[in-house]
Design a protein around this ligand. Structure first.
Ligand SMILES: [Zn+2]
Length: 440
């Protein structure tokens, strides 16, 4: 699978990260179904938008790109996305891009005008097929200011000559930097070869980005992708989510309002091709729905802690095999949780509860939201509650021992207990109504 990754020029918001979650669910399902998945998700680390940030952020373009690349990786990580097999950066694959342009020029599909290189859209008969458009209906390509030498205004830039002060790399046609579309064609071939199974990305990439990827790769002689999957948008008030809505939609802010596992559930539970209208009420409602499932898993796990090796119900598998129909699969999951709660209410034997919860966890694992999975350890309130309870018992016992020592006039022992707690970062405060303790 090749999935178009982020242009690393701003902090990731939930609209950006939906794609990461959707294709992670697909990769998880393919692996469970027995496929050997190689997932390539690129990082676009050179782009007009990144260069524009040099001024506003007062640091070099490569520092801007590195900073936001780390923010994206952190957002993917906290939402439990399995890391791709490889995350190639555009700037690390200039050699492959130059070779691809050379092939396109030799085959008569591209031409250089000074140090700009353009793709000749009229040379490729299928141009427009992916997005269902005719060349004559298309607007001029909006990717270059220096359009004087273009054969057709719809020809798009493979390579852009550099302006003074801009980063550039040498090519046989002059110094410049890659166009966005060329990057993905070159990186897909570098890691997946000239033919591969699935190409994914956001719905807004169908045209021109993916149309241009197809043109470049097929015109160069590659078969390219067999299947295309495009995830829909996260919308706010019916519009595609945009940066202008501010920080409240940045992933690191949203996970202060719900837990990361609940945000992942929210993003993953819609069909990948459906728009997802984002709002705090919908987010909280979704979190409550997830907690119902989580409560069942925790209660059942307490009764049958060693249960493992669950089976995926056929109806759940059928739903995912039908264009990754997650909502239909989750209907199977909800039914199973309801049946599991009935088992608990009827005090069913532990073995029966265990078999049931193992199946539920197998389904949750495909979506990446098994609350007992290692990836969520420490980040969910259930685990934290247990730790807090252990700490509370420990400190209360120490306080009781200190009080007993004081009453026996063994002040040396009482002070030793207080000092040991302090060395662990726990402060005691004697008051009129007893001893209070705090973690410093
Ligand atoms: Zn791409």
């Amino acid at each position: 699978m090749y999935v178009c990754g982020a242009t690393v020029q701003s902090s990731p918001h939930v609209g950006h990260i939906r794609s990461g979650v959707a294709f992670d669910v697909l990769a998880r399902w393919l692996r469970v179904a027995g496929f050997d998945v190689t997932l390539v998700r690129n990082v676009t680390d050179i782009d007009d938008k990144i260069l524009a940030k040099e001024k506003s952020e007062n640091r070099p373009w490569w520092a801007v790109a590195a900073h936001y690349e780390r923010e994206f990786q952190e957002a993917y990580r906290i939402l439990g996305c399995t890391p791709p097999t490889v995350e190639p950066r555009a700037t690390g694959h200039i050699t492959q891009m130059v070779a691809l342009m050379q092939r396109l020029i030799e085959r008569g599909h591209a031409y250089a005008v000074n140090a700009d290189v353009y793709f000749d859209v009229r040379s490729f008969a299928d141009y427009g097929k992916l997005s269902g458009q005719k060349i004559d209906d298309l607007l001029p390509a909006a990717d270059s200011a220096q359009e004087s030498g273009k054969k057709d205004p719809r020809d798009f830039a493979l390579w852009k000559s550099s302006k003074p002060g801009e980063p550039s790399w040498p090519t046989p046609w002059g110094n410049g930097r890659p166009g966005w579309h060329l990057e993905c064609s070159a990186m897909a071939e570098a890691y997946l070869g000239t033919a591969f199974d699935i190409h994914g990305g956001g719905l807004d990439l169908v045209f021109p980005h993916h149309e241009n990827e197809v043109a470049q790769s097929k015109a160069s002689g590659a078969d390219f992708a067999n299947f295309w999957l495009h995830n829909a948008w996260v919308t706010t008030a019916g519009e595609k989510m945009s940066k202008s809505l501010g920080n409240s939609l940045v992933v690191t802010e949203v996970v202060k309002r719900v837990r990361p596992i609940e945000l992942r559930w929210y993003l993953a539970s819609a069909h990948y091709r459906s728009n997802l209208e984002f709002g705090d009420a919908a987010l909280q409602e979704s979190a409550v729905a997830f907690q119902r499932i989580e409560n069942f898993v925790r209660r059942a796990h307490d009764i049958a802690p060693s249960a493992h090796g669950g089976n995926i119900p056929a109806a759940f598998a059928d739903a995912l095999n039908e264009d990754l129909n997650v909502p239909a699969a989750l209907a199977v999951l909800h039914e199973s949780v309801t049946a599991g709660n009935t088992l608990l209410a009827n005090n069913a034997p532990a073995a029966e509860v265990g078999k049931h919860v193992a199946d539920v966890r197998a389904m949750l694992d495909v979506i990446g939201v098994d609350p007992l999975a290692d990836m969520w350890a420490g980040s969910n309130s259930g685990a934290n509650e247990k730790l807090e309870s252990v700490l509370e018992h420990f400190v209360e016992r120490q306080i009781a021992a200190r009080t007993a020592a004081k009453q026996a006039k063994d002040f040396q022992q009482a002070d030793a207990i207080r000092d040991e707690l302090r060395s662990l970062g726990i402060a005691l405060e004697d008051g009129a109504d007893g001893v209070r303790w705090t973690v410093e």
